[in-house]
Design a protein. Sequence first.
Length: 344
Amino acid sequence: MRNRAILIAMCGLLLGTSSQALAQTKPIAIAIHGGAGTIDKSRFNAQQEEAYRAKLKEAVEAGYAVLEAGGESLDAITAAINILEDSEFFNAGKGAVYTYDEQHELDASIMDGRDRQAGAVAGVKHIKNPINLARKVMTDSVHVMLSGQGAEQFAKQQGFTFVENSYFDTPHRLEALHKAKQKLDAAQKQSSSYQAAHRGLPEEYKMGTVGAVALDKQGNLAAGTSTGGMTAKRFGRIGDSPVIGAGTFADNRSCAVSATGHGEYFIRYSVASDICARVQYQEQSISDAGNDVIHNVLAPIGGTGGVIIVDSKGNISMPFNTKGMYRASKSHVQPTYVGIFKKD
């Protein structure tokens, strides 16, 4: 009897050790982006490049730490995006671009891959971290998307602290606005069409976003995106970032996607959901699906930008069709990676 008891105890110990090892090998992964566009290495000095890379690394490591500790993918992407929103480097939160009227209007969205629950806000002016409000819309409202004053009224009811719109002011974004308006005004003198003048703006004025996608140990995917929109935007313009299926999408059966680029194209072609649909229904890898949409669907019709993708196995893909994309990733099998330029 004594030997039998010892044998049972040893089997239990071995089973416990085996279960623990299995738990430790469950896939986790996170990828982040800080926008795609005409990111030319010649525009950076060594100190600037180092600072951008350090911020991207800080954000992806913060998100990964949540996953490694067993936390939810939603918490991981929120932690990462908050760091990017609080930085002047990226067009979201503190670094948001200016509207034509020298204001800031911010958008964000988030999605839970477990059940496709989602939340989004558009055109908010006094919310320091819009991704947090988008998440609150998802968890504490009966709606998916709130905009403008209504979104901020909801934020007030939820106890959010407001900031002055001037909190988002930065000298380099203001300089970019002035340059964009000069180009718009010059173009409009040659053409009566605002649309034609705006199409003539360089791509660098039309994009800029931050985002994150993640897979946690429970097997749940999540995606989030936040932006200050388009430089010199008018008429309450809203891009793809707060649009579920365009700039953000997550489903445990396929993948999680956050997009960055010229938002009008990403909306028209439902980029984020299209990629996940190819993974789910055509059984494409995320690499094939992402590359096909970014390079073969968008690029031929002038759609510039990129996406970050994570699937249910922890695979990561980050395709883009521009000169560069601020990006970083880490998984249970891949060490921290940080990239800015195409050759990184």
